[in-house]
Design a protein around this ligand. Sequence first.
Ligand code: ZN
Length: 460
Amino acid sequence: MATPWHSHTESSLAQLQDSLVRSQVRDSVAPFSPLWRRRFSELNRKAASIRTVADLETVPAMGERDVSPTGDPAGMSSLVLQAGEAGYALHAPGPDLRRAIRLRATRNDDYGRVVDADTRATSYVFSGAGFTYPIASTRADLDVITRAGARLWELLGLTANDVLISAIEPAATTEHVALQYAAMGVGAPALFPGAAPADLAGAVRLAPPSVLALPSAWAPQLLDGITDLASVHTALLMGAPSDAERLAAAHALHRAGAASDVAILAVHAPAGARLLWGECRASGGTTGLHTYPDLEVVQVVDPDTGDHTTGAGELVITQLGLRGSALLRWRTADVITAIATGPCPSCRRMVPRVEGLRRKALVSDIGGHPVDLRTISSALAGRTDVDDWRIVVGHRRRDGASRVTVHLLDDGTDESAAVIGAATEIRTVAGTLPTQIVLDQNEFAEVYGERLSRRILIDS
Ligand SMILES: [Zn+2]
């Protein structure tokens, strides 16, 4: 019998991931993605040279701005693979292909259905950190999403007897769609009243839930005025919550009548992902988001350069076994403190766990305009009159609006030219100016904050 997804040894897991990376690149990405073919040729690499997880580390990570600098829909749609019947025969896994060929000889319609299930994009979710872009799924991908949903349910300690009420906006997003498939896959009753407080309150009265899914960012506002949550034993905070959001949600749940021992667990899908990660119930949320090692590879890059690194940094994902879109070394704009390997100390599942995740930390918002901090960094890296810089993200005390301050150390020839040049460059690549540009004289001695990268800091 095959080893269950979470019970590998370190070496069998490494072997499995290497072989899945190899076939994903050989049978999905290289033949069906004009985007990645172009990318490989720009990098002067052959797709066939990527045969292992370690080989992936040598591929510069790619993000939404590398697909289309302006995020226009036509450019972003090139993330969807272009598979067809002819390609199917060459790249389908052996058993599927033999079954399909048998059907082609006898029942041509059924053959068409089998090929379509694996090649034709039939549904889309929209994702993204700074831009919005479509992620396509084939019918076979939806099966994968459903299976991953069943795993999530188990990880969260839920069963088919649980009743889910979700206050996630019922839209074409991974958070909603994957949650819906998860509940459907295990056969758990689920209601999706959406994110209006009155609708949520109505749904809670109609079907007392045991599980409540809430958006991390505004869970307390949604629960305001609700008092009858005594039936809830698990709250899912969708979109990895910060410690403050977790605490605020806990208080709000208790005010709303939830039991004092209600389990509060994070559920998260990074930008570009189609699967939801969860925290295991046994850990109570202390051992990180559990990933699916047979369906994805999680790695870390330096947010300033996009190059491979270890420890803290920007999370990148490579999808395995998904066909409609197949993201490779995809930059999520999420920053993490570490990827833990080895068995989870709480549930013993042998899966990589993502720790200390800050969602979309590398994309800030200035006056309603998303600003990608990575592009500011790369714009400054290209200037010869700027010796060094720091980008500090903070919040205005008055109204909580974000502010992005760029501190510059110029090369000493012409201060004002350096500032004007940097401002112009930043506006060109990021589409807007930072809140403030400060010329620093003494090597950033006065710049404080928690590090997201060497040059990007959060002023907390
Ligand atoms: Zn665990």
